[in-house]
Design a protein around this ligand. Structure first.
Ligand code: ADP
Length: 545
């Protein structure tokens, strides 16, 4: 015992020195494989063996062999002397630690003890490294999942989303194929979406699984639970898998807002098995994918509706412009005929006939104005109205409009108060169109102001070098909830005053669209019983500041 003491002490020191290197080795290794290599190297050094091996699991598990000294033959079986200890952790056998020697002489006892001393810490290190590897895998999964989800969220079109989902799903679990099956609720079947990943489009188009057949995909859809089948024997590659003949399949349900929308299927024809971890990962992906899919479906629906609206809009414009053109010619000739008859009417013509002729003349004027408005509106809505721009003074435009409306105001015994500021900027605009706007506002003022009332017209230079033309009246006013609607085509208030006046409800929408075409805006301020104030604001061109 005494004779062994110094050797025992030396052994302890050697063991302590080598064991002390373990934490650093483990910390600096990249993965489990490298940890095993470095530990085998440490063991071989510590007990001066020619080689050391670590085997994890039973036969078929991982094995690493570190050769410290070449022994002349290429195979480990040429090392006849072996010393093996089990790697055990918390009563669980993880694998074996073996030291090997080329010489046919047993390892000394010290080596046996030393190997035993290494086994415990190595088992612990291996377990830690495994956990670490698993953690790394999960992290990589999370990163891939994040990337995959981001990629699909960025797409809008349903076809592109479907193709991307199939591809990302396959990549996520390293599968050879990915197919997205969407539920066709009307036909009660799951339909494969082309393009799929790793499957020819002609093959994809054949894939339809009626729910009534109760195949795996239908069960996944209904149960909401994933399905894994690994190592499917050739004779059982049937039902949902018939068209593929796969070896392994993983399916997860796609549910949007708790109702089933489809099934995401990944599979391998040649090799590769799916784990429960794959199923969990794909299920998380499917949850996000379902949201992207639903968005894509909504988007598609919106696009379809917009297309329909556009088509309706086009048909409406086509119809209106046809009607307007077809009407214009006869109205012009009716008007011309009435004018000729009126101007050449013989002196003795009965008054009743004259009234009828004047009536024809006035009505054809109104009809012709309506046609003009309709055509304007169509051109404005379709962006086909072009402005003939020039530098002009809005005050002149205002005066022109006043002179046109004055006879009507006089007939109603109304006053038009004009206030034109000396300090305005020129405006780069279409004279005829700006006059049309001013005239419409003034006409409305005259129509709605009481008999004998006043209409105020003001042109001012606004802040930011804008020019503002304002028309105010003391009429009935417009309630707040109607103020947006009076700018919609054909909208007229359902009031006594409006019914008394003639009109079509096209003046304000046209005025507003024309103002906007000039880069300006038309505003209304009004309250019932308080009159109305309409202001057209236009950008000034070259203002002296
Ligand atoms: P129209 O005058 O031909 O009916 P507009 O588009 O110019 O068409 O006006 C739409 C509706 O807005 C009018 O029918 C009327 O009900 C209301 N409105 C317009 N201007 C005034 C105003 N100055 N005072 C009160 N109501 C008005």
């Amino acid at each position: 015992m005494n004779a062994l003491a110094p050797r025992g002490a030396q052994l302890e020191r050697t063991a302590a020195r080598h064991l002390g290197r373990m934490p650093r080795i483990i910390a600096s290794a990249q993965d489990l494989e490298e940890v095993l290599h470095r530990l085998a190297e440490l063991v071989a050094e510590a007990i001066r063996a020619d080689a050391a091996s670590i085997r994890l699991g039973g036969a078929g598990g991982t094995e690493v062999l570190h050769v410290r000294r070449p022994w002349g033959e290429p195979s480990a079986s040429a090392l006849p002397t072996r010393l093996t200890v089990p790697l055990v952790l918390r009563g669980r056998r993880l694998g074996m630690l073996t030291a090997l020697r080329a010489r046919r002489r047993p390892f000394p006892q010290t080596a046996t003890a030393l190997l035993g001393a290494f086994a415990g810490p190595i088992a612990m290190a291996v377990d830690n490294a495994r956990l670490f590897d698993a953690l790394q895998d999960r992290l990589a999964d999370v990163v891939r999942l994040g990337e995959a989800s981001e990629a699909i969220a960025a797409l809008g079109d349903i076809g592109a989303v479907g193709a991307q989902l199939a591809r990302q799903a396959a990549h996520l679990v390293s599968a050879e194929r990915g197919v997205l099956l969407l539920l066709d609720a009307d036909r009660a079947e799951l339909v494969a979406q082309a393009p799929a990943y790793g499957v020819r489009p002609a093959q994809v188009r054949k894939l339809r699984f009626p729910l009534a057949e109760g195949g795996e995909s239908a069960r996944v859809l209904e149960s909401g639970r994933p399905y894994i089948a690994n190592d499917i024997p050739g004779d059982r590659r049937d039902v949902g898998r018939r068209a593929f003949g796969e070896r392994s399949v993983l399916m997860v349900p796609l549910r949007a807002a708790a109702h089933p929308v489809g099934v995401l299927t990944v599979s391998n024809k040649r090799q590769g098995l799916f784990t429960r971890q794959d199923a969990r990962l794909l299920a998380v992906f499917a949850a996000q994918a379902a949201v992207a899919l639903e968005n894509a479906m909504l988007y598609q629906e919106a696009v379809r509706e917009r297309e329909q609206l556009k088509e309706l809009e086009r048909l409406k414009s086509q119809f209106l412009s046809l009607v307007s053109h077809e009407l214009r010619t006869p109205v012009t000739s009716i008007k011309a005929s009435a004018e000729v008859l009126l101007s050449t009417a013989p002196a003795g013509i009965p008054e009743a006939h004259l009234r009828l002729l004047r009536n024809i003349d006035r009505s054809s004027d109104r009809l012709s104005a309506l046609i003009t408005d309709l055509l304007d509106l169509i051109r404005l809505e379709s962006g086909r109205l072009e402005l003939q721009r020039e530098y002009l003074d809005v005050r002149q435009v205002a005066e022109e409009a006043v002179s046109t409306v004055r006879p009507l105001a006089d007939r109603r015994n109304q006053t038009i108060q004009i206030d034109l500021s000396a300090d305005t900027c020129p405006v780069y605009g279409d004279r005829r169109r700006l006059e049309q706007i001013a005239l419409n506002l003034l006409m409305n003022g005259v129509k709605f102001a009481p008999l004998g009332g006043t209409i105020w017209l003001q042109v001012r230079r606004d802040a930011d070098r804008h020019v503002r033309l304002t028309v105010r009246d003391e009429g009935p006013g417009i309630p707040a909830e109607e103020q947006r609607r009076v700018f919609e085509p054909f909208y007229r208030l359902d009031t006594e005053e409006t019914r008394r006046t003639t009109g079509t409800g096209l003046g304000l929408p046209i005025a507003s669209a024309l103002t906007e075409l000039h880069g300006g805006s038309l505003h209304l301020e009004s309250a019932p019983g308080q009159g109305s104030t309409f202001s057209m604001t236009l950008p000034g061109a070259t203002c002296k500041s």
